[in-house]
Design a binder for this molecule. Sequence first.
Ligand SMILES: Nc1nc2c(c(=O)[nH]1)N[C@H]1C(S)=C(S)[C@@H](COP(=O)(O)OP(=O)(O)OC[C@H]3O[C@@H](n4cnc5c(=O)[nH]c(N)nc54)[C@H](O)[C@@H]3O)O[C@H]1N2
Ligand SMILES: Nc1nc2c(c(=O)[nH]1)N[C@H]1C(S)=C(S)[C@@H](COP(=O)(O)OP(=O)(O)OC[C@H]3O[C@@H](n4cnc5c(=O)[nH]c(N)nc54)[C@H](O)[C@@H]3O)O[C@H]1N2
Ligand code: SF4
Ligand SMILES: [Mo]
Length: 693
Amino acid sequence: MDTQCPFCSVQCKMRVIEELGADLRSTYTVLPRPNKASEGRLCIKGMNAYQHALTGERILYPLAKKDGQFVRISWEEAYALIGRKFDELRGKYGSDTIGVYGGGSLTNESAYLLGKFARVALKTKYIDYNGRFCMSAAASAGNKTFGIDRGLTNQLADIEQASCIILAGTNIAECQPTLMPYFTRAKEKGAYLIAIDPRDTGTTRAADLHLRVKPGMDAALANGMLKVILEEGLIDESFVRQRTKGFEELRAHLEAQDLGQIAELTGVSAELIRKAALAYGRAATGMVFTARGVEQQTDGYMAVRNFLNLVLLTGKIGKPGCGYGAVTGQGNGQGGREHGQKADQLPGYRLIENPEDRAYVAGVWGIDPAELPGKGVSAYEMMEKVHEQEIRALFVMGSNPIVSNPNANFVEEGLRKLDFLVVADMLMSETARLADLILPVTPYLENEGTLTNLEGRVLLREASRPVSGEAKHDWQILCDIAKLHGKGAYFTYSSAEDIFNELRLASKGGIADYYGITYDRLKKEEGVYWPCPAVEHPGTKRLFEQSFAHADGKAELIAVNNHRPSEQTSNDFPLYLTTGRVLTHYLTGVQTRRSHSLAARDVESFMEIHPKAAKRYRIEDGELVQLESRRGSIYVRSRYSTDIREDTVFVPMHWGDTQCVNKITNQALDPTCRMPGFKVCAVKVSPLRLEYV
Ligand SMILES: Nc1nc2c(c(=O)[nH]1)N[C@H]1C(S)=C(S)[C@@H](COP(=O)(O)OP(=O)(O)OC[C@H]3O[C@@H](n4cnc5c(=O)[nH]c(N)nc54)[C@H](O)[C@@H]3O)O[C@H]1N2
Ligand SMILES: Nc1nc2c(c(=O)[nH]1)N[C@H]1C(S)=C(S)[C@@H](COP(=O)(O)OP(=O)(O)OC[C@H]3O[C@@H](n4cnc5c(=O)[nH]c(N)nc54)[C@H](O)[C@@H]3O)O[C@H]1N2
Ligand code: SF4
Ligand SMILES: [Mo]
C-alpha cells in the first residue's frame, strides 16, 4: 500500500506491505519511498504508524452513550440522533448553538468541507480548529508582514544554500527528524547554525551556537540582534528602501534599546547576542526558522514579527539560500489553515468578513452571500462559549481538545455541560470518552486525499487499504449529515477528488490559489507548490523574488517591545514550566500511545529538571512529583538533566488525565492571533512521597 505518514508536516511517503502468514496473522513491513521532501527517509513514528491504524482498539462502529456506557448503534440510528438533537437545540437556541471544531490532520478535502458544512449545512458562525494552537502566531505575522502565509517561503532544497541558519524555538531533530539532513548538508558546506532554545536538544546540539534564552523572551533577544546589526552597518539599505516600509520607526526603536538590559531580560550574554547577530548579519545568504518555542507565547505574533524584521533588514529573502520558515506542525497544518475551518476564513485564505470574498465563495457554493454567517471566535474562546452555554452542541472532527487546550480542567468542565457532544475519531481519545456519540472514521491507510506540507507543496496521499468495519471517511460523514439538514444538494460528492475540484474553484484567485493543481498533476509531479493559478502554471517554489504580496509590493517592518510572558514566577510558583514534544509521540498521544513500538519507548510523561533546581526542592531523580500551577496539578516522574536552564522545567504534551500538562498551563491568549501561551507558566514542584501525602 503506497501512502503518506499521518503525522508531521514533512509528509514522508512510504509503502506498507501487509503479508498474511500461514497462521492467518498479518505481518507488516514499512519502506520509505523516494520523494523530494523526505528524500526517501522515514522517522520512527512513520515506521510504526500502521500499528495505531490497525490496532484492535480502532473504533469501527458508531457508538452512543447510554447510561454512561457506549453501545454500538447503526449509522442510521447515529444520524437520526444527530438530526433530532441538532434540530431541537437549534429550534430552542438558534443556529450558533452548534459549534464545529476541526483539525490539522484532516485532508484538504475534509478541512474544506468542514468549513462549508458549518456555514452552509449548519449555518453556524462557530467553527475553529486545533491549528489555532499551532500556526496562528506565525500565520498572522506572515500575513501582516508579507501579505501571505506559507510555512516556508522557499523549498527545502534551498536550505543547503544558506550560509547562516537561525533555528528559533524549533526542535527539528525530534519534530521533523527527516529534515535534519538538509541542515547537516548545509553545515558540511560551511553554514553556521544558531539555535535559540531554553533547553539542549538534538537540534541545538547540531548548532554552532546555542542561545539558551529565558522562556518567553525571544522578542527581546531579536531586538538585541537587530540593534547589533543596525550599529554594525549590516543593513541591506537598498533592499530596505525598495522593498519594505516602516524602517524609520524601527530604527528609532532599536537605537533606544540597551543591549545590557536585553542580556539581563533574556538570560543570554551581550557577547553571545553580538556573536549571533554578526554571524547572521555578515553572512552572504541566510535563513531563519521559527516554531512553537517562539510562537506559543502571549506575544507570539510580535515575537515572530521581530524575527521577520531580522530577515527583512538584512535583505535575506526571495533569493536562493535566503528566506524564512515557520516550521509547520501537523500533517496538514498548512492546507488545514487555508480553506475555511478557521473562524474568520473562507477557502483560498479568503476572509469571511470581506464582502467580495463572501460573494465569490457564495457563488461557488450556489448560495446567497447573505446566508453566510459572520466570523466566530478562536478555539479556546469557543471553549469559553461552551462554558457559558452559548454553544450547547459541539461537533469535533480530528482533535482531542480536553488534552490539547490550555487550562484543560476548565475545558473538560465545559464539555461536560454540553447537551450534545459528537466526536468523529478512529480511536477513543480522552475527548471521545466524554461524547454522547462517536462516529468512526478512516485512518491514513484507508483515506485518500491531499495534504499540503510545510513547504506549501500539495501532495496526494494514496490510500488503498479497504475501509475497516463500518468506518467512513470524514468527508462522507459531513455529506451524510448535510443531507439530514436538507442541504444534500450542496454536498453531492462521490470522491475526494470531486471535493478537491470544487476546492480548486473556491480557492481560485485567492491568496492560497490551488486552481492549477489537479489530482492528475499530483500523481505525475511529486507535489505542486501553491500559489498555482493555472493548470499550465509550474507552481511557486520560492516566494517574494520580485515583490511581496501586499498591494504596494512592500513588506512591513514593525517596532517590537521587549514583552515578558503574562505569567511570572513568584515565591509560591518559583519555576518556569515550558512544554513541547519528544521524538516518539505525537501531540496528545492518542495515536502514538496505541503503537506498541512507540509506547514502549516512552510509557509515561516526565518532567525534565536541572539537578541543582531539583536539590532545592528535594526532588530525587526518577521519582513521582506533583507539579502545580495556579490552575491545577499533575503527577509526573522527574528526570534529571543538565540540558535545561535551572529556572525552568519541561514536560511533554503527549499524555492525558493526571499527566495532562495542559491542566496547569496558562489560558492567556496573544491579543492579535489568540494563540495561548503554552510555552511559559509558573509552577511549583514537590515530591510525591508517602510521608507527604
Ligand atoms: N515527535 C513529534 N513531532 C512532531 C509533533 C509531535 O507531537 N511529536 N507535533 C507536530 C506539531 S503539530 C508541531 S506544532 C511541531 C512542533 O515543533 P516544535 O515547535 O519544534 O516543537 P516543541 O517541542 O513544541 O517546541 C520546540 C522547542 O521550543 C523550545 N522552547 C520552549 N520555550 C521556548 C521559548 O520561550 N523560546 C524558544 N526560543 N524556545 C522555546 C522547547 O524547549 C523545544 O525544544 O512538531 C510536529 N512534529
Ligand atoms: N501544552 C501544550 N499544549 C499544546 C501544544 C504544546 O506545545 N504544548 N501544542 C499545540 C499544538 S501545536 C497542536 S497542533 C495541538 C494538537 O492538538 P489535538 O488536535 O488535540 O491533538 P491530536 O492528538 O492530533 O488530536 C487529534 C485527534 O484526532 C484523531 N485523528 C487523527 N487523524 C484524524 C482524521 O483524519 N480524522 C479524524 N476525524 N480524526 C483524526 C486522533 O485519533 C486524535 O484523537 O495541541 C496544542 N497543545
Ligand atoms: S512523523 Fe514526520 S518526519 Fe516522521 S515519518 Fe512522519 S512525516 Fe516523516
Ligand atoms: Mo501543532
